[in-house]
Design a protein around this ligand. Structure first.
Ligand SMILES: NC(=O)c1ccc[n+]([C@@H]2O[C@H](COP(=O)([O-])OP(=O)(O)OC[C@H]3O[C@@H](n4cnc5c(N)ncnc54)[C@H](OP(=O)(O)O)[C@@H]3O)[C@@H](O)[C@H]2O)c1
Length: 305
């Protein structure tokens, strides 16, 4: 089968290569998925799990990409709940070979059924950004209707999902990003937009929840805007700032079949729009992940066009 592999952490996405590999065999509780579309999150190649297994042993050359939509091709011993030929989508294990390949092995519990009217390209764009947004807002941030939310990168992969889900949940949303992102962020449902390069973040005033995807100085300045009892949720690594009278939570997104179902339901009934920027084939994937100009939205690889 064809697969994208990486061997050199320092090279980043420029080190991706298209190779021929054997089709993996599904282990117990695994599903072998024929990948139709695959997603890759910016920053993935900086995570140690792409380079080593859980015991820290080198596992290169490794296949990146940890979200997929495809069709169940075979079941490992003891696998329950899914059947051969079923359409599925989901988030794969960080420490195993991923989804930028024609086939991948995934634990069955990481997958959810993909409804027949959601195409594979859309399905592959949802797991990481959709689940991250859902878990950050509702599991960790405990967002309530009427609360105010500051969401960074509101036109990005995660931020666009955060903005839409928070709007549906009845929050007041201030989105941030680059000047060019203003229209997109407002279109996703932000009530106000702050251009982080030109506007004063401090003018936003007090908020109940910050959803940070950037870290560093932006995170520190945002923590200072929280109301007493507010929460800073970050996906940019361990928090560098602690609110004076509130919580700081960082988390790594986890697979969740029920939440994937909620996300797919919203996509089907039009409450949630995915944010796909570039679609490319597996043969063109390396070029697609190394754009020469600023790319917006998620890059999705149609493995089986
Ligand atoms: N912990 C987790 O579980 C988890 C899950 C998903 C994602 N992540 C991480 O979260 C980050 C965001 O992921 P994503 O998929 O949403 O990426 P994305 O689609 O690139 O969105 C990030 C957005 O934030 C903007 N941005 C970043 N820094 C900025 C700055 N200093 N000023 C203004 N705008 C800025 C980006 O604009 P530019 O492109 O112009 O910079 C982009 O529009 C990545 O680092 C990813 O690895 C973590």
């Amino acid at each position: 089968m064809k697969a994208i592999v990486v061997t050199d952490q320092a090279a980043g996405t420029a080190g991706m290569t298209l190779v021929e590999r054997d089709v993996p065999k599904p282990a117990g509780n695994d599903v072998l998925v024929e990948v139709h579309a695959s997603g890759f999150t910016p920053g993935e190649l900086t995570w140690p799990s792409n380079w080593t297994d859980r015991l820290g042993r080198d596992r290169t050359p490794s296949v990146p990409g940890h979200e997929l939509a495809g069709v169940v091709s075979a079941l490992g011993y003891g696998t329950r709940g899914l059947s051969v030929g079923q359409r599925v989508f989901g988030l794969t294990d960080w420490t195993r070979d991923g989804t930028l390949a024609q086939y991948t092995e995934v634990e069955a519990r990481n997958l959810a059924p993909l409804p027949g009217d959601v195409d594979f390209t859309v399905g592959a764009s949802l797991p990481i950004s959709g689940l991250t947004a859902w878990q950050g807002l509702f599991d960790h941030g405990r967002l309530q209707a009427g609360q105010s939310l500051l969401v960074h990168g509101a036109a990005g992969g995660v931020g666009s999902m955060v903005t839409q889900l928070a709007r549906e949940a009845g929050a007041y949303i201030v989105g941030t990003g680059r000047a060019a992102d203003r229209e997109a962020a407002l279109d996703y449902g932000a009530h106000e937009f702050v251009d982080l390069d030109a506007d004063a973040l401090e003018a936003v005033g007090r908020v109940d929840l910050v959803f940070d995807v950037i870290g560093g100085d932006v995170q520190k300045r945002s923590a200072a805007l929280l109301r007493a009892g507010g929460t800073l949720v970050t996906i940019a690594g361990p928090p560098e700032a602690r609110p004076a009278d509130g919580l700081a939570i960082d988390f790594v997104v986890e697979s969740d079949r029920a939440q994937l179902g909620e996300i797919a339901r919203r996509v089907r009934d039009g409450r949630l729009r995915t944010n796909i920027g570039t679609v490319a084939t597996l043969d063109d994937a390396v070029a697609a992940f190394n754009p020469t100009e600023r790319a917006t939205g998620k890059t999705i690889i149609q493995v089986r066009p």
